[in-house]
Write a protein that binds this ligand. Structure first.
Ligand SMILES: [Zn+2]
Length: 260
């Protein structure tokens, strides 16, 4: 199925909706490769078979009234949707968007198995986007909704990052981890992206990094401004994601929003 998403910058997003009955936690163990339900295979095979005539006419340029900081280049990025209502924790409309938080899943598998793993764990933990080693992109929660991907951060980080807890987050499923990390504001002001990767397991494939470039550009275009990029361990000292082998890429993303 193809449909046109109501992106704010008037750009096109090809969405593939799929229902998956699904079993980990964000940045934690996921089912092994091949553990995803067989029914998900139809999502990929259906995409190229969809009639091109189903797509609505697309604007050729961003509205001239767009904010000056709206990125000039908006990618045509294919995003498979596997939206799970249990991952939604409250409203996060545009005025609350501040950061993009990058994660590693710290487990193997593909996006479908990772998403099912989060759901089956029953802790209501997820990121908005999951990017596979092959560059496939899956979305689990609307960007204007809070997802639990960053968890607790260092005490004092709510103030340091300007992310006060204002009651929009239902905090469902959260468990305190200690007085050293008592701040829970980041999720209410961010979009989370998980890269399927195990730290120490080698470099990130080019396809995965190219997809991350596109997802970041898509998020920037959706909101109309470029949210500062951080990784999970910046929010919580001592976290292992993103990996050491991502350090150069992280510096590059923080500088100019691309791995290159
Ligand atoms: Zn993480």
């Amino acid at each position: 199925m193809r449909l046109t998403a109501p992106g704010r910058a008037g750009h096109r997003l090809v969405l593939v909706a799929v229902l998956v009955v699904g079993g980990g936690g964000a940045c934690a163990s996921a089912p092994p490769d091949g553990a995803s339900p067989a029914t998900t295979a139809s999502a990929h095979t259906a995409l190229p078979a969809a009639p091109t005539t189903a797509a609505a006419p697309q604007p050729t340029a961003a509205p001239t009234s767009a904010p000056a900081d709206t990125p000039a280049v908006v990618p045509d990025v294919t995003i498979h949707q596997d939206m799970r209502s249990g991952f939604a924790h409250g409203p996060k409309p545009r005025q609350f968007q501040k950061y993009i938080v990058l994660h590693d899943t710290e487990g193997t598998g593909n996006p479908q198995s990772v998403i099912s793993g989060w759901d089956n764990a029953g802790q209501f933990i997820a990121a908005h986007f999951v990017i596979g080693k092959d560059g496939s992109v899956w979305q689990t929660v609307d960007m204007d909704v809070i997802a639990h991907h960053s968890g607790f951060g260092d005490t004092g980080h709510n103030a340091a990052y300007g992310v006060p807890e204002d009651g929009r987050d239902d905090r469902r499923g959260t468990q305190p981890i200690g007085s050293w990390a008592s701040d829970y504001g980041m999720n209410s002001y961010s979009v989370g992206i998980e890269l399927i990767h195990v730290g120490g397991a080698g470099d990130y494939p080019k396809a995965q990094l190219e997809a991350l470039d596109q997802v970041i550009a898509y998020i920037d275009a959706y909101y109309g401004f470029a949210s500062p990029i951080i990784d999970h361990k910046m929010w919580r000292t001592g976290n292992s994601d993103t990996s050491k082998e991502f350090a150069g890429y992280l510096a590059s993303y923080r500088d100019h929003r691309s791995y290159r």
